[in-house]
Design a protein around this ligand. Structure first.
Ligand SMILES: CC(C)(COP(=O)(O)OP(=O)(O)OC[C@H]1O[C@@H](n2cnc3c(N)ncnc32)[C@H](O)[C@@H]1OP(=O)(O)O)[C@@H](O)C(=O)NCCC(=O)NCCS
Length: 159
């Protein structure tokens, strides 16, 4: 986790600074026991490995944003050394299947910085629809940021 979460290029669109080694240790301690899926904010963090190696190459997050309406947010962070080969797409697709299957999502959505082209393309490869363009809805040290919201319902992704 530290190998990729510590990189500024990875943190660029995550709305927080790169993680230190201690941040990563704290995060792993927190997320490795976080298996609840019942209340708003419950989040599952899935480590992603290739079939031929036990090394973690990235992570997929599923967050129960609204338990009553079964709204689930998906997120992804991968090591750039493993980019461009479809691993994030394959992992996100598997997470979407889990979200709409055992996790009973009604709607799956992602929020991303409009400048995050790789994430935009990932959402579109998954078959998500661009639902919103929030203009300068965020402010950080680099200035105003704008976001897209992508989403899909179960039957739309099945198609
Ligand atoms: C977002 C992120 C996960 C995307 O990574 P990625 O490497 O582009 O995604 P994938 O592993 O699915 O690879 C897809 C790319 O490989 C190509 N590819 C090659 N073989 C492929 C295959 N078998 N299947 C799918 N895509 C394949 C695709 O064409 C695509 O390239 P393109 O985007 O230039 O068209 C990565 O950039 C990242 O971790 N960024 C930092 C964290 C971040 O910003 N997270 C999002 C916050 S909202």
């Amino acid at each position: 986790m530290y190998a990729y979460q510590s990189l500024s290029e990875v943190a660029r669109y995550l709305y927080r600074p790169p993680r230190t080694r201690q941040d990563c240790a704290d995060a792993i301690a927190r997320v490795s026991t976080a298996t609840a899926w019942a209340h708003d904010g419950d989040t599952l963090t899935l480590a992603v490995c290739r079939n031929d190696s036990r090394h973690v190459i990235g992570e997929i997050l599923l967050k129960l944003a609204d338990a009553r309406a079964r709204q689930v947010e998906i997120g992804w962070v991968f090591h750039p050394a493993h980019s461009g080969r479809g691993y994030a797409t394959e992992a996100a697709r598997a997470a979407a299947v889990a979200a709409f299957g055992p996790l009973r999502a009604h709607r799956l959505f992602a929020r991303l910085d409009t400048r995050n082209g790789a994430s935009v393309r990932l959402c579109e490869r998954l078959g998500m629809r661009r639902e919103a363009h929030l203009v300068e809805n965020d402010l950080d040290a680099t200035g105003w940021g704008s976001e897209y919201i992508y989403a899909a319902l179960s039957h739309e992704l099945a198609r």
